[in-house]
Every structure is written in structure tokens, then in C-alpha cells.
Design a protein around this ligand. Structure first.
Ligand SMILES: CC(=O)N[C@H]1[C@@H](OP(=O)(O)OP(=O)(O)OC[C@H]2O[C@@H](n3ccc(=O)[nH]c3=O)[C@H](O)[C@@H]2O)O[C@H](CO)[C@@H](O)[C@@H]1O[C@H](C)C(=O)N[C@@H](C)C(=O)N[C@H](CCC(=O)O)C(=O)O
Ligand SMILES: Nc1ncnc2c1ncn2[C@@H]1O[C@H](COP(=O)(O)OP(=O)(O)OP(=O)(O)O)[C@@H](O)[C@H]1O
Length: 527
């Protein structure tokens, strides 16, 4: 079945001759020779997403070779297959009835070929890409808010959604496959969107998902421990992130230089880069092109105000609509990115300051009052993000800070005890539960978290374990008073929970609302 993102295709696709594709990308042809009337109108790397008229790009995967799925792609209407030598060998015996086009590295060509097939849709669109371990989503939404002040219609591609103007679908991941990126850009172009903000994950950069796209401006938030299962070590992770700042991938960059990785990227990037220091008195506050020189962090518990010094020394009063120091950083970066994408500075500052809430990012789902605690959902799922999220919530918590959290299965195992230790150090009550266990035994993940908790709190005082995430949230509500804050971290906006290969419909915000409602009803009965 075609995935929802696989269906985001232009209604009137460009059509190109297969022979022209062969010539444009210097491909060698095996088996059937393409006729001059053979036309292609789309590209896919997933057989399930193939539409009639598509080129199927059969990639050598980490688990299986895509050529294994050629029959499925042909049945769906593929008019040609692009693959490597290994794929061509796999296909030789089957003698497919369409041309098999061969190149050394089809993954590297998937993006450029898709851009070519869709007539380079990004050429008519201002494109902004955001990378970094944390803050991509938040920064992207801030940038989009600023772009919307200047463009009648904009698009967003990221972890939360794939959106064109007012229409959106859930996003399957942070950065979709290269042909999907290009077909969505083509659809944006068709629908008149003139600016697009995109989150670019390190996986996407390593796997060529933004190939064939030269961003107008790209931004870097920070580099913190994550995804080491995929990138090996921090050096490999940094190298993959840096690929966004390569010549041909982006015209110019804006880099937050609060950490050593940002400083290194700003120094080494081969494209023109501007630096942004977002920590008052941070290591690069004096030398950075842009700097946050003063900040009132979350005084009202909602947002922050800050001063941003520009390259010419002028100071600008700015604001972040979300609480915490990290969101001053995201807002400052977004302002500079939007400005460099063509939005005038005062407009960018005003639009970012008034950007609306972002699903699952420090989202206030239940407001404090009438006996209810404050209930927040946040996407912090790395040790550093958890530290900062809890830091941000402590000053707005007169009572106890109740943390509901877990850690992902089939992902970096080393961070589990670290998350436990942080929770134990910074929150008052912990409810350790499941995030997305995936193929792992949930109890083993919780045990790893609890081993970290014990290093700080050997007696496990005020530490609870819940085998169901919904139950954990209901448990939190049972013990919370109006003075307390419940913060649920790790899943943010996610609409599903992945357990043993099955995606169950699940959303922290819905459960939190339901728990609040249940408590209201109970209190109503008691009254
Ligand atoms: C670890 C990783 O990123 N894997 C990616 C990689 O998969 P793979 O090499 O294992 O693929 P495979 O299963 O061996 O299949 C090989 C080929 O056969 C194709 N295939 C496979 C099955 C089928 O029925 N038909 C078919 O055509 C696949 O599309 C693929 O092209 O190449 C595939 C095709 O390009 C990607 O879809 C796949 O992303 C998977 C789905 C994934 O979950 N990735 C996550 C980890 C990811 O990318 N996350 C990042 C960042 C997250 C974050 O920052 O938190 C993201 O951008 O979301
Ligand atoms: N600049 C930042 N520095 C550190 N942590 C941050 C920053 N911005 C946000 N966070 C924390 O990280 C969490 C995720 O934020 P956000 O969704 O914006 O990041 P992301 O890079 O899109 O994450 P992912 O790629 O995993 O979707 C937030 O809920 C918050 O706790």
C-alpha cells in the first residue's frame, strides 16, 4: 500500500524520456533498451510507493537489496529500474521487461534524479534547512512563522508533519526519502508555496535524502550525544551533520557556536557561514557575528525576552514564545535564518516572538489551577535535552516536579542510565515507563534507566515503575497537587507507540488530557 507521504505527488507531473535520463546521468543500460517513447513521471526508492510511470531506485540497504522488490515495483507500474552492479546481478535472471539502468552509487543519485524528474522544483522556492541534535523542529516552526509573514503560502517538512499551506499529514520521520522530498517540493510549487523549511536529520545526510537540493540557507543548532548506534562516535556524527554545509548542498549557513562542535563547524565549513552565540557570556559571545547579550528566561513561565546583537553592533529586542534557555537559542537562530532567507529583520523578530505553540514541545496541555497541576508534554529524549527541559520547568513549579519518562528501544543504549541519573537529580518524583520499546524487552530498558536512578537515589524514594505509559500518566495525576508540575518527556507529538513491531495509536497529550478530565470528574463526584 502506498504510504501517505508516497501519495504527495504533483497532480500534473513533468514527464521525461528514459533515454534522456540515461544521457543526463551517464547510466549504463542492461537488458531492455529504452525506447524513445518511454516516459517517466516520478521516482521512488520504496517499492510500496511506486506509482505508474515511476523510476524504481533499487538501493543496496543495510538489511536487504531493494532489487529484491523489483517485481512489486513493476507490478505497480515502474517503467525503469535504477540500481548498482549487485542489483543488476540480482535482476539478471528475472529479465525484467523494463530497462535496468546501472550506476556505481544509486543512493547518491536518487535525489538528483528525482530533482531532474520534477524539473528542479526547489528553484522557485526559498529553502531553509535545519540540522542539529536538538531544536530542529522548534527552530523550523519559528523560521516558518517568519517566512509566513512574507510569503502567502509556505511548506514544512519535519518530524511532526509534512505541510503545504494549510494542509498537513503526519510525517513518518524527520527527513523523508530523497524522491519524496522532491515530489513534495513539486507539489508545493504546483500549489503556489514559495518558501519551505525542512528539518534535516543526520541519517538523512548520511543516506543522501537531501541530495539534489541546494538550500538557500541552512542552520545548525547543536551537537549532543544521540544516534551513536548509527554514526559510531561523535566524530562520525559531526561529519554527517557537517555534510549539510557543503558546497552544492547549501549556499550559506548560520551556526550556533555555543558548543565546541558549532565552533568547529563555523570554522571549517566551506560555504559562507555566520555564527550566533545564544548564551549570555557564552564562549563565543564576543566574537560571534550575532549574539544574545541579555535574556530574561521564562519570567512568566511561558516565554522569554532577550536582546540580539547584530553583526553591525545594533541591539534588537526579541522574544521566544516558548520557555527555557534552549528556546532563546532556537529563536535567535530562527531569526537569523529567516532574515538570511529574505525576511527583513524586524518582521522576523516579531513573527518568531509570536509563533504559536509547537505540538509536543514544552506544550502546556493542562494549565495549573482549580486543583489541577500544570501538565506539560515535551520531546526531550537525549540526556542534554532532559537536563534543559527540567531546568526550564523547575522555576515555574512551586511544588514537586513529577517526571514521567522512558527511553527508546533499538536505539543508543548508553543514554538510558544517563537519563535515569538526570531524572533522579533534577525531578522530585519519577515514574519510569516505556517510550517506544520496539523489538526490545521493555522491562530491560526500564531496568537500565533505574540503574542510573540508583546512582543518585539508592533507596529509590519517590521512584515508581509503570508498565504502561498511559497508566504512568494516570498515576502521576493521582499523586499531583495543584502546586506540582507533571512533565512527560520523550514522545512529544508522536501519534503512535511502537511495541514489538506494532505501531499502536498513542499520544501523550491525549492521555494527559484524559487523565485531567478523569480527575475533574472524580473531584466533581466528591464535591
Ligand atoms: C537506519 C536507517 O536510516 N535506515 C534507512 C535505510 O534502510 P535500510 O538500508 O535498512 O533499508 P532495507 O530495509 O535494507 O531496504 C533496502 C531498500 O529496499 C527498499 N524496500 C524495502 C522493503 C520493501 O518492501 N520494498 C522496498 O523497496 C527500501 O526502501 C530500501 O531502499 O534506507 C532506507 C531507504 O533509504 C530508509 O527508509 C531507512 O530508514 C528507516 C526506515 C528508518 O527508520 N530510519 C530512521 C532511523 C531515520 O532515518 N531517522 C532519522 C532521524 C531520527 C532522529 O533524529 O531522531 C529521520 O530522518 O527520521
Ligand atoms: N536548542 C536546544 N538545545 C537543547 N535541547 C533542546 C533545544 N531545543 C529543544 N530542545 C529539547 O529537545 C527536545 C526536542 O526538540 P525539537 O523537537 O525541536 O528537536 P529536534 O531536533 O527536532 O528533535 P528530533 O530530531 O529528535 O525530532 C525539546 O522537547 C526540548 O526538550
Amino acid at each position: 500500500m502506498t504510504s501517505p507521504q508516497g501519495r504527495m505527488r504533483p497532480q500534473h507531473p513533468a514527464r521525461h524520456r528514459v533515454v534522456d535520463l540515461v544521457a543526463a546521468f551517464d547510466l549504463s543500460v542492461r537488458g531492455v533498451v529504452p525506447g524513445h517513447d518511454a516516459l517517466l513521471s516520478g521516482v521512488s526508492v520504496a517499492s510500496g510507493d511506486v506509482q505508474p510511470g515511476d523510476l524504481f531506485v533499487a538501493l543496496s540497504g543495510l538489511k536487504v537489496h531493494g532489487a529484491t522488490y523489483a517485481a512489486q515495483a513493476l507490478e505497480a507500474g515502474a517503467v525503469a529500474i535504477l540500481t548498482d552492479e549487485a542489483g543488476a546481478e540480482l535482476l539478471a535472471a528475472a529479465q525484467p521487461p523494463v530497462p535496468v539502468l546501472v550506476t556505481a552509487d544509486p543512493r547518491a543519485l536518487a535525489g538528483p534524479v528525482a530533482a531532474w524528474a520534477h524539473d528542479h522544483p526547489a528553484h522557485g522556492i526559498v529553502t531553509v534547512g535545519v540540522t542539529g541534535t536538538n531544536g530542529k523542529t522548534t527552530t523550523s516552526y519559528f523560521v516558518d512563522a517568519a517566512l509566513r509573514a512574507q510569503h502567502a503560502s509556505t511548506g514544512v517538512m519535519g518530524t511532526v508533519e509534512l505541510r503545504i499551506g494549510p494542509e498537513a499529514i503526519e510525517s513518518p520521520r524527520t527527513t523523508v526519502e530523497a524522491p519524496v522530498v522532491q515530489s513534495i517540493l513539486a507539489l508545493m510549487h504546483e500549489r503556489g508555496a514559495t518558501a519551505c523549511t525542512m528539518e534535516v536529520s543526520s541519517h538523512a545526510l548520511a543516506l543522501g535524502r537531501v541530495g539534489g537540493l541546494e538550500f538557500d540557507v541552512v542552520g545548525f543548532t547543536n551537537l549532543q550525544r544521540d544516534h551513536l548506534d548509527f554514526h559510531g562516535d561523535m566524530e562520525g556524527y559531526f561529519r554527517d551533520k557537517s555534510r549539510l554545509f557543503a558546497v552544492g548542498q547549501a549556499r550559506r549557513g548560520v551556526v550556533v557556536v555555543d558548543d565546541e562542535w558549532g565552533q568547529r563547524l563555523a570554522a571549517e565549513a566551506p560555504i559562507p557561514v555566520e555564527s550566533v552565540s545564544t548564551l549570555v557570556e557564552g564562549p563565543s559571545a564576543q566574537t560571534a557575528d550575532w549574539a544574545v547579550t541579555s535574556a530574561d528566561i521564562g519570567l512568566d513561565g511561558i516565554g522569554s525576552s532577550f536582546t540580539l546583537r547584530g553583526p553591525d553592533g545594533t541591539e534588537h529586542a526579541a522574544a521566544s514564545p516558548l520557555p527555557g534557555r534552549v528556546n532563546v537559542s532556537n529563536a535567535a537562530l530562527a531569526i537569523v535564518l529567516a532574515h538570511r532567507a529574505g525576511v527583513d529583520l524586524p518582521t522576523a523578530i516579531a513573527a518568531v516572538g509570536h509563533a504559536s505553540a509547537i505540538p509536543g514541545r514544552m506544550e502546556r496541555v493542562v494549565e495549573r489551577g482549580d486543583g489541577m497541576p500544570l501538565g506539560l508534554v515535551d520531546y526531550a529524549h537525549t540526556p542534554d535535552a532532559l537536563v534543559l527541559a527540567l531546568d526550564a520547568v523547575r522555576p515555574i513549579t512551586p511544588g514537586r516536579l513529577i517526571l514521567v519518562f522512558g527511553s527508546d528501544g533499538d536505539r543508543d543504549q548508553g543514554k538510558r542510565p544517563m537519563m535515569g541519573e538526570i531524572g533522579a537529580r533534577q525531578a522530585d518524583v519519577l515514574i519510569v515507563t516505556d517510550e517506544n520499546p520496539r523489538s526490545e524487552e521493555p522491562a530491560a530498558i526500564r531496568a537500565a534507566i533505574l540503574s542510573g536512578v540508583r546512582t543518585v537515589r539508592p533507596d529509590l524514594a519517590d521512584v515508581h515503575e509503570a508498565t504502561s505509559r498511559s497508566q504512568a500518566i494516570h498515576d502521576a495525576f493521582e499523586i499531583a497537587t495543584e502546586r506540582d508540575t507533571i512533565i512527560i518527556t520523550g514522545k512529544g507529538h508522536e501519534p503512535t507507540q511502537e511495541i514489538a513491531g506494532v505501531f499502536h495509536r498513542y499520544n501523550d497529550r491525549d492521555v494527559l488530557r484524559a487523565a485531567a478530565q478523569a480527575r475533574r470528574e472524580l473531584e466533581g463526584q466528591d464535591a
